[in-house]
Ligand binder design. Structure first.
Ligand SMILES: Nc1ncnc2c1ncn2[C@@H]1O[C@H](COP(=O)(O)OP(=O)(O)OP(=O)(O)O)[C@@H](O)[C@H]1O
Ligand SMILES: [Mg+2]
Length: 248
């Protein structure tokens, strides 16, 4: 469903080239739950941004359902991306001047024909915010804001949901709530889930774990289903602690 072919991303800084991703190839089949882990600065957010078509690679190709998204004009890219991919950020990224309901409605109105009001309401109910629909982001807790962001990501029924440390700013209770909603989407609706996380416990629940280091994939653990039976301790064995990180 998503094919990444020898993708690099660099920033030209005067005469100096800063290499962020150094030739990454991946195939992400539909319905898979993938955790992307790695030390701070290893290129996780950059890779996720490329997969979502939010950024373009410096070299290489990215194909989404047979459509090349690495060289689409921005308007074409927005059209492809808007219907197929829901994105969740660590810092929620809600529009402060819109209510919860209006935030959720926005991608629907931009990408889908017809009136999405009922659907947007249903999405907010599904994430437990029936009584918060008319609140502005500033009137919501962090956990509530992230659940609005989930409803916004889900409202167009995207085949793929990408989330960049979606629980990173939340306490463990709210983090679990958000993670459960993402996993439920993956399991019940078959939504592909690509999740960047620092949490080895969360990564341990994924079908597949991709470890980045200095802009390269250094480990890509195959889906559990394809691994021969008899290795029941595999999840634990694979759950190595990520490198120590400093978030200032
Ligand atoms: N626009 C930019 N200009 C220069 N360097 C950049 C730019 N964007 C990212 N980088 C660098 O690329 C590297 C990878 O950044 P990225 O945000 O992808 O890391 P990350 O793995 O998501 O880290 P974290 O876990 O801290 O979120 C970092 O060293 C970062 O400083
Ligand atoms: Mg990041």
């Amino acid at each position: 469903m998503i094919e990444v072919r020898n993708v690099s991303r660099w920033i030209q800084n005067g005469a100096r080239r800063v290499e962020i991703l150094k030739g990454i190839s991946l195939a992400i089949p539909a319905g898979q739950f993938i955790a992307i882990v790695g030390a701070s600065g290893s290129g996780k957010s950059t890779l996720l941004g490329l997969l979502a078509g939010l950024d373009a690679p410096s070299a290489g190709e990215i194909w989404l359902d047979g459509v090349p998204i690495h060289n689409l004009a921005e308007s074409g890219l927005a059209r492809v991306r808007g219907r197929k991919i829901g994105f969740v950020f660590q810092s929620y990224q809600l529009i402060q001047t819109l209510t919860a309901l209006e935030n959720v409605l926005l991608p629907y109105e931009l990408n889908v024909e017809g009136n999405g009001l009922e659907r947007a309401r249903r999405m907010l109910e599904e994430v437990g915010l029936r009584d918060r629909m008319d609140h502005y982001p500033v009137q919501l807790s962090g956990g509530e804001q992230q659940r609005v962001a989930l409803a916004r990501a889900f409202v167009v029924e995207p085949a793929i949901v990408m989330a960049d440390e979606p629980t990173g700013n939340l306490d463990s209770v709210n983090g679990s709530l958000v993670l459960d909603l993402l996993l439920e989407r993956n399991r019940k609706s078959g939504t592909t889930l690509v999740l960047v996380t620092h949490d080895s416990e969360i990564a341990g629940q994924a079908d597949r774990k991709i470890v980045l280091k200095d802009g390269l994939v250094v480990e890509d653990t195959l889906p559990l289903a394809t691994v021969a039976a008899g290795s029941s301790d595999r999840r634990v064995a694979e759950r190595g602690e990520p490198e120590e990180e400093n978030h200032g």
